[in-house]
Design a protein around this ligand. Sequence first.
Ligand SMILES: [Zn+2]
Length: 289
Amino acid sequence: MICPNCMSADITLFHDSVWNYIGGKVYKCGHCELLFIHPMMNDEEELAFYKNYNAHVLARGVTATATALELHNASLSAARERLAIVSKFIKEGSKVLEIGSATGAFLSLLTHCETHACELNDENRSFSTQFLTGSSYPDVASVDSGGFDVICLFHVFEHIRRPQDFLGRCKELLSAAGVLIIEVPCADDPLISLYDCEAFKDFVFQPMHPMVYSETSLDYVFLNAGYRKTEVIYHQRYGLANHLAWFKNKRPGGDAYLEGLFSGWDHYKDVLRDVRKTDTIYYIAKSMN
Ligand SMILES: [Zn+2]
């Protein structure tokens, strides 16, 4: 077996199960630090998986939303949190494409920009058009406009099995000085890298995330695709109460009592950010040519 990112043969078993995926295991590359699932789903399995995606989301205990409007309203606070982090890269009048834009919650906040959306789900894409000043597309292959100042993906890149091909396509769509912004779950999540929490690892490694990246493994994938790093931002979404709930209850969903006890302990997130062990990482890059 070789690393799908840097092709190194320095591979070790990292975790011996993948959530809801019989036979799947998680391996770590000793060279670029990538965590990856083996075997990965093939095209046919992936298609069947995403057709049944809502059932998977429900099975993971994530709050289900019945309509695009409900999903949209539930997404707005995360969208505002994202904008606060990346707003410095988005200027007045920027031409912005979000890939995997769902109902357009993030794009709806960019009232000062030209906004375009790429979203596979027909209902969500149709809902999002009310917020767009540009076009909407079902997939990145069908985008018929270029020169984007900003292309962004929030919790989408980790779903992609062929990141080199995808990043190549993004390069075609970016303007000469355009920036690509991705937000992904971080392999240095403290529940993995500090606490080695087995219950969390049983849950977090899932077939729809074939690769889990650290800054080092992102450096490899972006450099190989002809990008240079502009900035990396470590961000901790979940707080102390959530982490303690993993140890207490050994399942997702948090714990109301612990939330009450530790609601004001936000300094915990700052400490994790300072040591670069966070659940989320933003990687911002530009094309080298
Ligand atoms: Zn590697």
